[in-house]
Design a protein around this ligand. Structure first.
Ligand SMILES: Cc1cc2nc3c(=O)[nH]c(=O)nc-3n(C[C@H](O)[C@H](O)[C@H](O)COP(=O)(O)OP(=O)(O)OC[C@H]3O[C@@H](n4cnc5c(N)ncnc54)[C@H](O)[C@@H]3O)c2cc1C
Length: 397
């Protein structure tokens, strides 16, 4: 038995293949066409970065996880993680487009052959967008089993009534992956039963969905939705009726790995920018980075980012081997959001007053770096998952 095996570790590799290095280079090259002025502009106008998302789509980066038989890139979650991290490390923002990478995974794993043939090649070709994912409801919050949006079966259709909140990218998507109850909470034995997943074709929804945009502290298209007798064909049910909660859960590890990767990209961006500035900016006759009060928070945040990144790669590696790395994916999300927030604050301090100035981009990225602490899952809920799911302590809910 080798030393590593005695620790329960089969092997460890720290490096990228030539193909992965090529992915990084190509994505970074595409991102160089979207400089800080572009992001400042869309941020100021609160506009969706359509040109950027279009370029990512055309280059095939958003369909990299779709298998080749459906026209996608046939890549791994590690490839997806590399793409999103590179986008954000380049100063761009993948949050406008990242959902497609994990929403299509639910269709791929649990959808019917017909659904896969109908949607995946079109998504891969960039003709259809599946960017919207409707889970959160105002009265349920983090307790997803308490959703009350209800889909009643009526012949070959479901009739959906209720509403969602914080449904992002809805206005820039053709398809919405929607979590509904098909049996009410009061009528199920296990609270996670009776929940189903529907693919809603927004091009056919007419006026049965009312949209109320929600303005937030970041340039992020997110909305409150109201469903009024929305008709969805039964053929758009993903998997079995009533089993949707577990389909969503099975996709969450991929989501956590991808989101922590773009988050880490932001963290490295802060460190890149702040270390360069700290080395150039001279006050009291020397570069401010020579002062340990400036240098150490950056060094500390960088070490935290590297640790979070290792956890993320471990999660990705296990996922690509077909395992469900619940602890690793959740821990990666927790650690990446904390490390990036530490990097954001260290960068803000390093830039002094200029950190607040829009033209230095730190304030925009600072606002953006706060979101992953809250969404797609709040860090408290991640800690609760680790507390009871991994460590076996009693549940708070
Ligand atoms: C910009 C943005 C975009 C979003 N996009 C989407 C999207 O596309 N689709 C979607 O479905 N959702 C989306 N969300 C929603 C997001 O996933 C939720 O906001 C998040 O999951 C937290 O839910 P909540 O806001 O209802 O908080 P709540 O559940 O009300 O929680 C409030 C606070 O209480 C804490 N808390 C609650 N219960 C416990 C407990 N048992 N133990 C300890 N602490 C607890 C939470 O951690 C949190 O700090 C988005 C949110 C934002 C802000």
């Amino acid at each position: 038995m080798t030393g590593l095996e005695s620790l329960g570790v089969a092997s460890m590799e720290f490096g990228f293949s030539p193909e992965q290095e090529a992915i990084r280079e190509s994505v970074a090259k595409l991102c160089s066409d979207f400089p800080a002025t572009y992001w400042r502009d869309v941020d100021e106008r609160r506009e969706y970065p359509e040109a950027f998302v279009g370029a990512l789509t055309d280059a095939g980066w958003l369909s990299v996880l779709i298998p080749e038989e459906f026209g996608g890139g046939g890549g791994t979650i590690t490839d997806g993680a590399l793409i999103l991290e590179t986008i954000n490390r380049s100063g761009c923002a993948s949050v406008a487009a990242h959902a497609q990478m994990y929403t299509m995974g639910t269709v791929l794993r649990h959808g019917t052959d017909d659904q896969k043939r109908r949607y995946l090649p079109e998504i891969a070709a960039g003709k259809l967008r599946m960017q919207a994912f409707g889970v959160t409801e105002p009265d349920a919050g983090s307790d997803t089993t308490r959703i009350s949006t209800f889909a009643r079966r009526d012949g070959d259709e479901y009739i959906v009534n209720g509403g969602k909140i914080f449904t992002s990218r809805f206005q820039h998507s053709d398809l919405l992956l929607l979590l509904v109850r098909t049996t009410r909470y009061e009528d199920v034995t296990r609270k996670s039963d009776g929940i189903s997943v529907l693919i809603v074709d927004l091009r056919e929804a007419g006026d049965s969905i009312t949209v109320r945009p929600i303005q937030t502290m970041v340039n992020h298209e997110t909305n409150q939705l109201f469903f009024d007798n929305l008709r969805v064909p039964v053929e758009n049910l993903v998997g079995e009726e009533g089993k949707g909660f577990r389909y969503i859960l099975s996709g969450l590890n991929a989501e956590r790995i991808l989101v922590s990767s773009e988050n880490l990209g932001d963290g490295y961006w802060f460190i890149d920018r702040a270390t360069a500035y700290a080395s150039e900016r001279v006050v009291f006759g020397r570069p401010i980075g020579a002062n340990q009060g400036v240098q150490f928070p950056l060094a500390q945040a960088y070490a935290q980012l590297e640790a979070a990144s290792l956890m993320r790669w471990k999660a990705a590696s296990l996922f690509d081997r077909g395992e469900q790395p619940g602890f690793e994916a959740n821990a990666a999300k927790l650690l990446a959001s904390q490390a990036t927030w530490a990097a954001a604050n260290a960068a803000m301090d390093t830039f002094g007053g200029f950190g607040m100035s829009v033209e230095y981009d730190i304030e925009r990225k600072f606002r953006e770096a706060r979101l992953p602490v809250v969404a797609p899952v709040n860090n408290n809920l991640v800690l609760a998952y680790i507390g009871h799911g991994t460590l076996g302590m009693p549940k708070s809910y």
